[in-house]
Design a binder for this molecule. Structure first.
Ligand code: TA6
Length: 309
């Protein structure tokens, strides 16, 4: 079973607008509301593979109720901590001109009591899961060490912990030595403290991060695939070119692919191909955090994993 942790979930409100540009008024051609926040996108993709998944984190107010109802419809088991404040919304404006504009609300404040109760629920859920996926930003007044704490609790019970976040939460989280992190180039630059212009610099940055005893580091390069550090080796993953419909949630779909590969006991190469195929297949869908399994299986045949270092 996989446990997904979404400390700052959202109602993802997606608008499809023709010829979007700023400083104008638009009427959305299409509107989609889905339970969002990276961890819930991860949960949806895991569910598509029919792997057992439980979603946890914080939910509050009418937005929280909407998300709970949607998760029930999706048959995704959840055990969220109810909070006094209202769960946020994240806006994505997609357009036929290829633009993608996102506005992410910061999200509600969490009280110390709510956080302490969550740690208790999370610890109890450890006995039910094999892999933990913790994704996304953390609520405003939550200690930046929160992921490090969650990683320690998981590792004390020999669970693999996949961390996909950014900023201070990532800088502190890596000190807990999670099994995997998935920084993008900017997040990697922020951690190593200097810009990355060339592939060699990216590889050097990966190796400095490995000192935190992280087994798997995936740096997604979008359509260009990804560069991966795994057990002292460096790998380049090349993915086939496909038409982009909605890239939002591709990183989350990739995380879901790693988690599914782990619970299915895939070897490294097969797990990476599954994860990369999920990330690519998500781009082919209008909905965030959705993949077509036939597309994933076809894409896996065309993905190349090459050891380059
Ligand atoms: O990765 C896409 C996405 O999950 C959006 O759907 C939106 O929920 C956003 O990320 C939330 O990001 P954050 O880093 O604030 O958790």
């Amino acid at each position: 079973m996989i446990l997904t942790v979404t400390l700052n979930p959202s109602i993802d409100r997606r608008y499809f607008v023709e010829d979007f540009k700023q400083d104008m008024v638009f009427r959305a051609k299409e509107v989609q509301y889905t339970p969002g926040g990276k961890g819930l996108n991860v949960s949806r993709v895991i569910r598509i593979f029919k792997e057992p998944v439980i979603a946890t984190g914080f939910l509050g107010g009418l937005s929280g109720q909407f998300i709970e109802e949607k998760l029930e419809e999706l048959e995704i088991e959840s055990q969220f901590m109810e909070i006094g404040n209202n769960t946020r919304s994240c806006i994505a404006i997609l357009s036929n001109n290829g633009s993608q504009t996102e506005v992410l609300e910061p999200g509600p404040e969490i009280s110390k009591n709510e956080l302490d109760s969550f740690y208790k629920t999370y610890s109890e859920l450890m006995d039910k899961c094999k892999v933990v996926c913790a994704s996304g930003s953390i609520p405003r007044n939550t200690p930046k060490e929160v992921y490090k704490e969650l990683i320690k609790i998981a590792k004390d019970k020999n669970k693999k912990f996949i961390l996909d976040t950014s900023g201070e939460a990532l800088k502190e989280g890596i000190k807990g030595s999670p099994y995997m992190i998935k920084p993008n180039k900017e997040e990697l630059e922020a951690i190593i403290g200097h810009p990355i212009e060339r592939e060699e610099e990216l590889i050097k940055g990966l190796k400095t991060l490995a000192k935190y005893d992280i087994e798997l580091i995936v740096v997604s390069l979008g359509a260009k695939g990804s560069i991966i550090y795994y057990n002292d080796g460096i790998y380049k993953v090349i993915v086939p070119e496909i038409g982009v419909i909605n890239p939002v949630g591709s990183g989350d779909s990739m995380v879901a692919g790693v988690a599914v590969g782990l619970v299915k006991n895939y070897d490294f190469e097969k797990m990476v191909k599954l994860a990369s195929a999920c990330g690519t297949a998500n781009v082919m869908e209008k909905e965030t955090g959705k993949v077509d399994i036939d597309n994933v299986e076809k894409l896996m045949e065309d993905i190349i994993v090459e050891k380059i270092g």
